[in-house]
Design a protein. Sequence first.
Length: 342
Amino acid sequence: MHRLPGLALSLAVALAAIGLHQLLPARLGAAGGPVLLAVLLGLLAGNLFALPASLTPGIRCAYGELLRLAIVLLGASLSLQAVAATGLKALSMVVLLMALALAVAHAAGRMLGVPGKLATLLGVGAAVCGNTAISATGPAIGASDRDLTVAFAVNTLFGTIAVFLYPILGRALGFDDAVFGTWVGSAVNDTSQVVATGFAFSEPAGQVATTVKLTRNALMAFVIVGVTFAHRSAAARQLPFGAMLRRSIPGFVLGFLALALLNSLGFVAWLGELVGRPLAADLQAAAKFLTVVALAGVGLATKFSMMRETGFKPVLLGLATVLVVSLSSLALIHLLGPAPLA
């Protein structure tokens, strides 16, 4: 029950975004979509008004559990073959970009005098899946609460900028859905930010971006084990290896793959015939709606005041990392080609 107020607010912002999108001229509405409006309205509400603390659990549930559920439901409209083709196409690109993000973060960190553990957190956030990877890596390397807070703020800052900037750049550069989806899925930090950015461009781009991003998420365990070994902190030695793996393999990735497998085997279509509904389309519509609610929660939870407290050097380090990853992603897409449409 304690989550209901925050969930209700996220739902209200999402419904407002959907309603506002329907009132926009067709050309203007096509440039953004309700997902982008939900983030924007959430940002405005969360920063212009002092929201009571009682709303926090529900807002976290919106951008946490609801977003993960939306991603799982997306699997019902995809075949496992398409998911595998997209993921395998992106795999080599993702691995290269992960290594590059960590290398740039540490090199720039040494130049700027940013502590090594904070540089690692910023690199992991850019390389894998944003705040989720930062949360999993922090205890493993013995990072301080201050390092975690700064890493969260920097990741949120550049991810929020990406949600609004990438669709503009993608349209200005004439990217098709496959190129844009691959770029976003491989270069934008957090899963919620990838989903928002991809679907702001188009639904096919959003599906590609989500699948490429889940490929990154699936590799999180290997990255965390690697950076833990590199730091060899006391906290890392005390953390059981099995527990580390369990924390670093996102369950929603497995759920997404499981539903895609069921769809590939014809179970979703069979169940739809049984209940007399186009079940795959219904689940996809539910996923789209839950995504809007989740991204409203992202906007509500993003506080500009937290970003102002990070300091100049970590922000500059984060900027250098995301710029190198973004430009390198475009170069790799040009060389290797984009992931196929899911």
